[in-house]
Ligand binder design. Structure first.
Ligand code: SF4
Ligand code: SF4
Length: 468
């Protein structure tokens, strides 16, 4: 082995003395290295830029994506989702949950390793820490030295940047529920409502504490997903795995006798780079978020000692046991998840393409069901409940389709103005001569149609009650 490689390995062995397996009693200072999985992690991180910029997108003069809680509407570009369409939300939740299950069944906790807010924010926070306070050894030294002006300056700078990210996170989250420019103005002029301050305070606190102070402890002790993941993975799931048959017996690569050992040179770099402080060589751990950093680390070592890469690699238990992995669509879990995914996607697609511009329901008065008029006719009262989901007020006409003899009795109620986004109950009366009706209950169809746009119409079936 070249001398400079031996020197580099000596350095790595020295660093190994600082790499501890996480027992939760001290902060993990993971070493940052470059590599394939590190690059994937940066790509995934970059997706979160969308989280920060989305509230600034505009559509026809308004915020493109807005959860308008006071008006109970969700605006998504040109689409407005009303409480009546909220059933689609259940499908969206099913879709997200099943996507997570499917991804876990195939690639373990890939969500945790690359996409989870906790992991991404922690990654940013520790990157800042690394840039300001130095590598893990320097950081640990700094933590253990007495307070000096330098230490105060470094810590102040780091915590200020953490606080800045926490504030931006809080404001951005709140901006999904209120117009972003108005929100910034209200925060900067200290005129924000109490709820806006509460959301901001909660987000600053949780971002700062979870990503800055608790870090991997959240994954270990607070996240329920770590507990339930074991039921989602099976022998076919591919996860970062240490190849025991190749690596053992492990031993330091020094002097003679090394050749009899396995490929693991016991450098501990895989532990040193692990953001949750796991030793992957000890088998699957609750703390492993499948980020692949140990793969990058071990590959770099294998390159140095001139051994094939992949001592730690994405592999399934079956693969490690020498069995053949079934193709993706022969795995019952994957097939089941895919079918549910497809059904929920179709449901959402159907819902989005069939949102009616007007939602109509007609409530028949129950107390009394009918009134016997002095001229012998019978009157039924109904309440029209229509929601105008369009952005403008609509001038509507109410008509009925019913057997001869039943008619709308109060003409002034036959035309209505439906205010945009409002549900205004409107009474309407029907009368009939009882001798003209055969059945005790006669079907009646109400039609509500726009006077200006006759194609915009909705119908509702009800009944006329003849009385005694
Ligand atoms: S598995 Fe690889 S990185 Fe980990 S101790 Fe062994 S050689 Fe080093
Ligand atoms: S063991 Fe490897 S894959 Fe798992 S969290 Fe640690 S570095 Fe990431």
């Amino acid at each position: 082995m070249p001398e400079n490689t031996q020197d580099k390995l000596e350095d790595i062995y020295k660093e190994a003395a600082y790499s501890h397996i996480n027992t939760g009693d001290e902060t993990i200072h993971a070493k940052r290295i470059t590599g394939r999985f590190r690059t994937y992690k940066w790509y995934a991180s970059a997706l979160y830029i969308l989280f920060f910029i989305t509230p600034y997108f505009r559509w026809e003069g308004s915020q493109a994506i807005l959860f308008d809680i006071p008006h109970r509407q969700f605006h998504f570009w040109s689409l407005t989702i009303w409480p009546q369409d909220v059933w689609m939300l259940s499908l969206v939740l099913i879709l997200l949950a099943i996507t997570l299950f499917a991804a876990t069944a195939v690639l373990g906790r890939v969500w945790c390793g690359y996409f989870c807010f906790q992991t991404i924010w922690t990654d940013w926070f520790t990157w800042i820490e690394d840039k300001i306070e130095g590598n893990p050894i320097q950081r640990r030294k700094l933590d253990n030295t007495p307070w000096t002006m330098r230490k105060i300056r470094l810590k102040l700078f780091k915590h200020s940047l953490w606080m800045l990210i926490s504030i931006l996170t809080g404001v951005t989250f709140a901006a999904y529920f209120a117009d972003v420019y108005g929100l910034w103005h209200s925060y900067l002029t200290l005129n924000a409502p109490l709820i806006a301050w509460s959301v901001l305070a909660a987000f600053i606190f949780f971002t700062y504490v979870f990503a800055g102070l608790m870090r991997e402890q959240v994954c270990f002790w607070l996240c329920p997903y770590a507990r339930i993941q074991s039921v989602m993975v099976d022998k076919d799931t591919e996860m970062p795995t240490y190849d025991i048959s190749r690596g053992e017996p492990r031993g330091k690569l020094r002097g003679k006798g090394s050749d009899a050992r396995g490929d693991c040179i016991d450098c501990h770099l895989c532990v040193g780079v692990c953001p949750t402080g796991v030793d992957i060589r000890e088998g699957m751990s609750e703390g492993c978020i499948t980020c692949g950093m140990c793969i990058d680390a071990c590959d770099s070592i294998m390159e140095k000692v001139d051994r094939p890469k992949g001592l730690i690699r994405y592999a399934s238990r079956k693969e490690m046991d020498g069995e053949t992995l079934p193709t993706l669509f022969k795995r019952p879990r994957v097939v089941t998840y895919s079918i549910i995914l497809l059904l929920s996607m179709l449901g959402i697609l159907y819902g989005l393409t069939h949102i009616p511009p007007i939602e109509l329901s007609i409530v028949h008065e129950r107390q009394p069901l009918f009134i016997q008029m002095s001229d012998g006719s019978v009157e039924n009262k109904y309440t029209i409940k229509a929601v105008n989901k369009t952005p403008e007020d609509l001038h509507m006409r109410v008509t009925i389709v019913a057997p001869e003899g039943i008619k709308i009795s109060k003409r002034e109620n036959a035309e209505v103005i439906l205010k945009s986004g409002k549900i205004i109950p409107l009474p309407i009366f029907l009368t009939a001569r009882p001798e003209m009706l055969v059945e005790k209950q006669t079907p009646v169809r109400f039609i509500l149609e726009s006077i200006e746009k006759p194609t915009m119409r909705v119908e509702y079936e009800s009944v006329f009650i003849k009385g005694r």
